[in-house]
Design a binder for this molecule. Structure first.
Ligand SMILES: [Zn+2]
Length: 236
């Protein structure tokens, strides 16, 4: 097993892992999400307000239609009133007219109330509408910032992948298989360095006797950390 070649590969893989980590936590991702949320909220507010305007308008149109019907009916009754001589019949007609007038007053109130709601909703829609251009511009900026940050990471990743294929070519097929297996088992770090008395994989100090045994290995030979089980290079 060529420990130095594996370490070179391990360093590149660690850099690639680091890149993936950075990609998942790009501040530009959070910035873009916040900008998109602002735009979404404003659009939702505008749609909700527009729906309220439409509902109020429909209510007003319906009330106006009923008012027209009432006016026609009232005119008819007034016509009848002119041709009637019996006071009892006249009284009945006047009562009917009074009922129509009361209904008309109610309608006017309903219409006024709907007009108020329409105006309020129009204001709310206008406020959302006014806020949208700036929010959409901020979202476009956030998109561009995210694209630039992602492109920078893509560039770094391509570079590392190029290095990796060179480093992997220097390792035998069997060692590569074993390395990949150990990487899966040991959370991405298959082979560690001895850093003073400490394993760079598990960050624990080795016992004196273990150190002596590892140091007695021939140059370039790969040992194993007695603590974490990772491959361990004593002299790199
Ligand atoms: Zn260790």
């Amino acid at each position: 097993m060529d420990g130095r070649a594996l370490l070179a590969l391990q360093d590149i893989d660690a850099a690639l892992d680091q890149l993936r980590h950075r990609r998942a936590r790009l501040p530009e991702l959070a910035g873009r999400a916040a900008a998109a949320s602002t735009v979404r909220t404003l659009r939702d507010e505008r749609s909700a307000a527009q729906a309220l305007v439409a509902a109020a308008e429909a209510e007003i149109a319906a009330a106006e239609q009923v008012a027209l019907d009432l006016a026609a009916k009232r005119a008819r009754l007034e016509g009848q009133l002119k041709t009637i001589i019996s006071p009892r019949e006249a009284e009945a007609l006047m009562h009917e007219i009074a009922v129509l007038d009361a209904r008309r007053d109610e309608l006017d109130d309903t219409e006024l109330e709907a007009l108020g709601r329409q105006e309020e909703a129009e204001d709310a829609a206008a406020i959302a509408e006014r806020g949208l251009p700036a929010a959409e511009a901020a979202l476009a900026d956030a998109d561009a910032a995210l694209a630039a940050a992602t492109a920078a990471l893509d560039g770094e990743q391509d570079e590392r992948l190029g290095e990796r294929s060179v480093a992997a070519a220097a390792v035998t097929g069997r060692d590569l298989e074993e390395y990949e297996r150990a990487r899966k088992q040991f959370d991405g770090v298959a082979i560690a360095r001895l850093d003073g008395m400490r394993c760079s994989g598990c960050h624990l100090d080795l016992a004196r006797a273990d150190l002596d045994a590892l140091r007695a290995l021939p140059d370039g030979e790969v040992g194993e950390c007695p603590q974490c089980g990772r491959y361990l290079m004593v002299r790199t």
